[in-house]
Design a protein around this ligand. Structure first.
Ligand code: CDP
Length: 796
C-alpha cells in the first residue's frame, strides 16, 4: 500500500494555496523601501527640467546651499568631476545622470538636493536657478529623421543623426516572391502608443555607505538586484563584494523597476560623500514623466494572401521612438527586443521585418511593460493584421485563424522569424474560446442588432509569447548570460528555506516556489520559507521580468530539490541499511523496494544529515542549482471579447470576455488566474482609457492619475477564465510555462478588434489605442481611421 502524501493537501503542484505573502500585505505589514528608516538618514529630491530640449547656459545653486537643513546640492558639473555625469545603459548607450550640456526631455534630472527632510530638499530644489536656451523639439520618428532635424545626442561623437539602429530579420527574397504570387495583399498601419507601467509604488532607494567597513548597502525597488549590483560596481567603480543590494517588498514593477535610474546613482554618491544614509523616494509625476515608458512604435505591414485564405508571407516595418536615451533592458542580440516573435503561432512560409529606432525629446522608452521585450507590439500587430486580412478576404475571423495556425503535429516548429516553438494546441484553445463566447449565436445576434442600428462587435486575439529568457547561447544583457538560480537549505527538522535569483513584485513567488519544493520533496509547503532580493544571501540571478521566473528560477527550484533528494536517498539507504539501488521514492518518503512498509520520511533523512550520516558523507542537506534553459517556454492563449458601441457617443461596453490560457502545468491555479485577471485588466486599460503622450513642445500629457487612468473594479469588466487546455512544456522540469504577462500581451488586440468589428462595413480600418469615446465617435461619424500618434507640427 502506498504511503505517499496527498500532494494537494501538503500544498504541492496544482494546489490553489492562498498566497503566504498576503498575510503581511493585506494587514499593511509589508516592508517597502519607504518604510525603512535608518539612523541619521537624509532625504534627497530631484530638480527636473521643465523643457523637453534646451541648452543649459548656467546653473546657480547658491540659494539652495544657503537654506538651513541642506547638506548637499549635486549638479551635473559636480558629477562630471567624478566621471558620473553619464552612465552606461543596458543597451550599450549612455544616459545623463544629471544634465551638463543640454536637457533632452521634460522631466530630465538636472540637480539633486540632500537635506534633513524631503520638504526642505524640495524647497531647495525650487531655489536652484537654471538658465535654459530652448531648442527645437522632436516628438516622433518622422520628425527625428527629417532633413533639418536637430541632432539630439550631439554629446556622442559618432552620432550624426537621430537614428539608433536600422535592423532587419527574415527572408527578404522569399517574402518578395510570396507577394508576387499573392491573390490579395492586405495592408495595415498603426501606432502602438506610449504607455506607462505605473506601479503604485514609485521608484526609490536608500543608499547607506559605511566608511568604517567600506560597505555600501542600498535598499531599492528593483526587479533585478544582482544586475544593479554589477552596474553599481562598474559605474561607481566600487568593489562588487562591498556592495549589497536589498530589494524589500515591491509595490508593483511591471518592467518599470528594471532600469538603472539617475536617482539611484545620485543617492549612492550622496551617501558616499556625506557618509550618512540618503533616501530618495520618487513622486508620482516624477515616475510618470521620467521612468521606463513602454511601446511607442509605429507599425506598418502587409500580408500576402491566397484567395482561399492561406497566408503566403508577411512584411513589417517598425519605427520605434526610444526617447532621449536608448536604455531598454533587452537581450543585446535583438535590436528591437523580441518583436520577431510576431506570427509565431501561424504557419507562414516567408516573412521579413525591418526595424528602425530613433531618438526623440521624450523620456527613455522601450521598457518592457509586462511583456518580453516588444512582444506586446508584435502580438498586437499580428492580431490586428489577421483581422484586417480576414476582412479583406471576406473570411470568417475564427476560420481564417484556424486554417493558418501551426498544427499540433507540426511541433517543433520554426517560426517565420526563426524561433523554435515546441508545443501547443492552438486550434483546441480557439474551440474552447468560441464555445464559451457562444460564437455562432453572437454572430446571429450581431446581424439582427445591426439591422436595428445597434453596433455589436466580436474581437479575437491569440498570443504566443517567448517566455523564460533565456538560454545563455542566445540571451544576455550587457554580455551577462541569462540563466537563473536557486539555493535550498533543509534544516535538521525538515523545515527549509529556498532562495532564488528572481525577485517577485506581487506575483506570489513566496507561495509557488514552496509548492515546487513540496512537489519534489514532499515537505509541506508551509514548512518552506522563500527569500528573494538580497544580493548578500541570494544566489546570482538575472531577476524577475519577462515572465521568466517560473521558466528559469522556478526550474532551478525543481532542479535543486532533485539534488537534495539525491543526497537524501543516500541517507535513506544508510538509515534503512540497504543499498541505494534498493531504495524507492514516493512523495515524502523513501522505502525499501522489496518491503514497502519499511521506509523513512524526508524529515528523518534531514535529521540524519546532521546527526547520523554515513561515514565519509559531507554533513548537511543543502545545495544550489543554476539553470540554463534549453529553450524559451511558449504559452498560448485565446482572448475573445464582445462589445456594444454606442453610435451617438462612441462609448463602448464589454458584454463578455473569455480567456483560454495554456501555460502548461499550473503550479498554483489560483495564482495563475490572478495573473490572468491582472493582465486582462491592464489590457483593457490600455485599449480603453490610458492616455499618456507628448504635445508638440514635448510636454508630457497625462503625467498624473487624473489624466492617466487606472481602471478600478467599477469599470473593469468581468472575465471568464478557462483552463481546460494544458500542454506541458517539454523541457521544463515540471512542465510549466510562464504566465505573468500573457494576458497583458494578448489582451489589447481583442478589445480593439471587437470595436472595429462593430464598425465593420464603415470602411474604418484602424483606431489607435486608447479607444477613447471621441476617437470612436470620430471614426463612426466621418468613416475614417483615427490615429493617436503624437503631433508632427505644433499646430497639429
Ligand atoms: O516572472 P514572473 O513571476 O512575473 O511570471 P511567471 O513566472 O509567469 O509567474 C507568475 C506567477 O504565477 C508565479 O507565482 C508563478 O509561480 C505562477 N505560475 C504558476 O503557478 N504556474 C505556471 N505555469 C506559471 C506561473
Amino acid at each position: 500500500m502506498s504511503h505517499a502524501l496527498d500532494e494537494i493537501k501538503i500544498g504541492g503542484l496544482g494546489a490553489s494555496r492562498k498566497r503566504v505573502e498576503d498575510n503581511r500585505f493585506i494587514r499593511g505589514k509589508g516592508n517597502y523601501t519607504d518604510d525603512i528608516t535608518l539612523p541619521g538618514m537624509l532625504h534627497m529630491e530631484i530638480l527636473r527640467s521643465p523643457l523637453a530640449h534646451a541648452r543649459i547656459k548656467s546653473i546657480d545653486a547658491s540659494k539652495a546651499w544657503d537654506i538651513p537643513g541642506v547638506h548637499l546640492v549635486l549638479t551635473g558639473e559636480m558629477m562630471a568631476t567624478r566621471n558620473l555625469a553619464w552612465m552606461p545603459t543596458l543597451s550599450y548607450d549612455t544616459q545623463a545622470v544629471l544634465a551638463t550640456d543640454k536637457v533632452r526631455f521634460q522631466g530630465q534630472e538636472v540637480a539633486c538636493v540632500i537635506a534633513d527632510d524631503p520638504y526642505i530638499a524640495k524647497d531647495a530644489c525650487e531655489a536652484i536657478d537654471v538658465d535654459y536656451e530652448p531648442l527645437p523639439v522632436i516628438v516622433n520618428p518622422r520628425q527625428a529623421v527629417a532633413e533639418d532635424a536637430p541632432v539630439i545626442r550631439d554629446d556622442k561623437d559618432s552620432q550624426r543623426d537621430n537614428v539608433i539602429y536600422d535592423w532587419e530579420v527574415g527572408d527578404k527574397a522569399g517574402t518578395d516572391r510570396a507577394f508576387e504570387q499573392a491573390d490579395v495583399i492586405s495592408k495595415l498601419q498603426l501606432h502602438y502608443p506610449r504607455s506607462h507601467p505605473s506601479p503604485i509604488e514609485c521608484c526609490g532607494s536608500i543608499a547607506d555607505f559605511n566608511r568604517a567597513t567600506s560597505k555600501l548597502t542600498v535598499y531599492m525597488t528593483t526587479q533585478a538586484p544582482h544586475i544593479i549590483r554589477a552596474a553599481v560596481a562598474l559605474v561607481a567603480e566600487l568593489p562588487e563584494h562591498m556592495i549589497r543590494i536589498i530589494s524589500p517588498d515591491i509595490g508593483g514593477g511591471f518592467g518599470n523597476k528594471v532600469p538603472v535610474y539617475p536617482g539611484y546613482v545620485c543617492s549612492i554618491l550622496a551617501s558616499i560623500l556625506l557618509e550618512r544614509p540618503v533616501k530618495w523616494i520618487e513622486d508620482k509625476s516624477g515616475n510618470l514623466i521620467s521612468t521606463g515608458f513602454a511601446r511607442d512604435v509605429y507599425l506598418d505591414g502587409e500580408m500576402a494572401l491566397r484567395r482561399d485564405g492561406k497566408i503566403l508571407g508577411v512584411r513589417i516595418h517598425t519605427d520605434a521612438d526610444h526617447g532621449a536615451f536608448f536604455s531598454d533592458a533587452q537581450p543585446s542580440k535583438f535590436k528591437i527586443g523580441l518583436m520577431h516573435s510576431a506570427f509565431a503561432a501561424y504557419d507562414i512560409p516567408a516573412a521579413h521585418l525591418t526595424a528602425r529606432g530613433t531618438y526623440s525629446n521624450k523620456a527613455p522608452g522601450g521598457v518592457a511593460y509586462r511583456c518580453s521585450f516588444r512582444v506586446t507590439e508584435a502580438m498586437f500587430f499580428q492580431e490586428r493584421m489577421i483581422q484586417a486580412a480576414a476582412d479583406d478576404l471576406g473570411m470568417d475571423q475564427a476560420e481564417f485563424r484556424r486554417m493558418n495556425f501551426v498544427r499540433d503535429e507540426d511541433f517543433p516548429h520554426r517560426t517565420p522569424f526563426g524561433f523554435l516553438t515546441d508545443s501547443g494546441q492552438y486550434a483546441k484553445c480557439l474551440d474552447v474560446g468560441l464555445k464559451a463566447i457562444g460564437y455562432e449565436e453572437f454572430r446571429r445576434e450581431q446581424a439582427e442588432a445591426r439591422a436595428k442600428g445597434r453596433l455589436l462587435g466580436l474581437g479575437i486575439s491569440t498570443m504566443t509569447e517567448p517566455l523564460g529568457a533565456g538560454n545563455s547561447r542566445e540571451y544576455d544583457i550587457l554580455g551577462i548570460k541569462m540563466f537563473d538560480s536557486a539555493e535550498l537549505k533543509v534544516h535538521m527538522t525538515g523545515k527549509a528555506i529556498v532562495r532564488t535569483g528572481a525577485r517577485g513584485q506581487g506575483q506570489g513567488h513566496e507561495t509557488t516556489w514552496a509548492q515546487i519544493v513540496s512537489h519534489e520533496l514532499g515537505i509541506p509547503a508551509d514548512d518552506v520559507v522563500v527569500e528573494e532580493g538580497d544580493t548578500d544571501t541570494a544566489p546570482f540571478g538575472m531577476g524577475t521580468y519577462a515572465s521568466r521566473s517560473t521558466p528559469v528560477a522556478g526550474a532551478a527550484v525543481a532542479m535543486v530539490s532533485r539534488k537534495i533528494r539525491a543526497k537524501a536517498r543516500k541517507l535513506a539507504a544508510h538509515l534503512l541499511e540497504v543499498s541505494e539501488e534498493d531504495v524507492e521514492w514516493e512523495l515524502g518518503r523513501f522505502y525499501v523496494r522489496s518491503a514497502p512498509d519499511r521506509g523513512v520520511t524526508i524529515q528523518e533523512c534531514a535529521m540524519a544529515a546532521y546527526s547520523n550520516m554515513p561515514d565519509g558523507m559531507e554533513p548537511g542537506l543543502e545545495n544550489t542549482a543554476y539553470y540554463d534553459p534549453p529553450n524559451l517556454t511558449w504559452p498560448f492563449a485565446v482572448y475573445i471579447v464582445t462589445v456594444e458601441v454606442d453610435p451617438e457617443t462612441g462609448v463602448w461596453d464589454v458584454l463578455k470576455m473569455v480567456a483560454v490560457d495554456d501555460c502548461g502545468v499550473r503550479i498554483n491555479p489560483m495564482i495563475v488566474e490572478g495573473q490572468i485577471m491582472g493582465g486582462l485588466t491592464e489590457a483593457y486599460a490600455m485599449a480603453n482609457m490610458q492616455f499618456i503622450t507628448f504635445d508638440a513642445d514635448g510636454n508630457c500629457v497625462g503625467s498624473n492619475y487624473m489624466d492617466y487612468l487606472l481602471p478600478s473594479a467599477w469599470e473593469t469588466p468581468g472575465f471568464e477564465l478557462h483552463s481546460e487546455v494544458v500542454t506541458p512544456c517539454p523541457h521544463h522540469p515540471i512542465g510549466a510555462k510562464g504566465i505573468g504577462e500573457c494576458a497583458a500581451v494578448g489582451g489589447p488586440a481583442a478589445f480593439v478588434n471587437a470595436v472595429l468589428d462593430a464598425l465593420s462595413g464603415t470602411g474604418v480600418r484602424n483606431i489607435d489605442m486608447p479607444l477613447l469615446p471621441d476617437r470612436v465617435w470620430e471614426a463612426i461619424t466621418y468613416r475614417r481611421d483615427v490615429s493617436g500618434a503624437p503631433p508632427v507640427r505644433s499646430d497639429d
